[in-house]
Design a protein around this ligand. Sequence first.
Ligand code: NDP
Ligand code: GDP
Length: 344
Amino acid sequence: MKNTALILGASGQDGAYLAKHLLQNGYRVLGAVRRSASPRAARLQYLGIERDVELFECELLEPTNVIKLVEKTRPREIYNFAAQSFVAASFEQPLFTLDVNTLGAVRILEAIRAVDPAIRFYQASTSEMFGSGDDGAQTETTPFRPRSPYGVSKLAAHAMAVNYRESYGMFCVSGILFNHESPLRGREFVTRRVTLGLAEVKHGRRDCLALGNLDAQRDWGFAGDYVEGMWRMLQQERAGDYVLATGTATRVRDFVALAAGALGFKIAWEGTGRDERGIDRNTGRAVIRVDPALFRPAEVHALRGSPAKAAAELGWAHRVEVPELAAMMAAEDDRRVRDGLQDF
Ligand code: NDP
Ligand code: GDP
């Protein structure tokens, strides 16, 4: 009989890539999505798998939705991706963020405990739990000092997953993932803002793209690589916590230059602070400016992870480096803007 996996948050970036990975590995894939007025299967459609994933409605704020779904579907594995996943929004919506991200995870854990404690559970934890680190790469044992309601919400969910593992012997895995991107990334995240915004400038849909902190550094990988690591975590003999990262940090301004290069711009930076501009040397026009409204109340300046444990225990390694990632995302947004496609 086929293994069955249930993905909560199947309409998002990771949900789509993981669904594809599981289908390729012979799984029956069930996707939970919340009620929505807009299309929910756009990312699944992009990967050509919308007919292969069985969709169920599940609102994580409703405890009965979660328990009924687990009871009805009885999967072998549950992946919890459902979240208010945008750090900046969490400063404006802290209560909602904690409800979905923390209590949502606990609702799933309780449903598993009640229905079948043998179900394997993956919790989507995050490098945002660390806050800004020192110079070294962050590992599974680095202390957590979250700097946003999002980071706090995910840290509490992480701690609950560890607690259910230790208290009830449940197979709860926490994947501490550094930023991972793709052409399916939400438009509010900086990599996608850059590739989509610059593609719009290229095609004359806007003059200039405003960004926030150009000096922030992130350890960016490709989502398609990371879902394989998540799946491997759930195939281990014992549950544990694993960092997935590339080990390399890149500044926002350097990602901008890579994406811009892929779209035919040549960026030269002029000015400092709020007056800094990214000038396209081909035309002399400013295509990037700084908007202080995009600065955060508390910033995580730099994140860089060590994937050593995942490499040793899961045999996992990333394949796509940042220049290739930026070029891939830029090419897709170039095509979408040119063809007027607006699915996500
Ligand atoms: P997305 O924002 O693309 O996906 C989040 C998913 O959660 C969407 O399907 C969304 O549905 C769903 N969701 C939100 N609120 C609810 C709710 N109340 N009830 C049910 N479903 C809900 O995130 P990613 O795919 O990028 O990330 C997956 C997970 O991994 C998230 O939990 C994220 O916080 C975490 N993570 C992501 C990292 C990254 O770099 N991408 C890094 C580390 C952790 P809808 O489409 O309707 O909004
Ligand atoms: P995060 O790491 O989950 O917060 O992912 P984001 O992609 O939202 O942000 C990554 C970093 O880019 C953060 O340090 C942001 O402050 C920085 N950044 C700079 N300009 C922007 C912008 O215009 N939008 C977003 N989302 N982030 C920006």
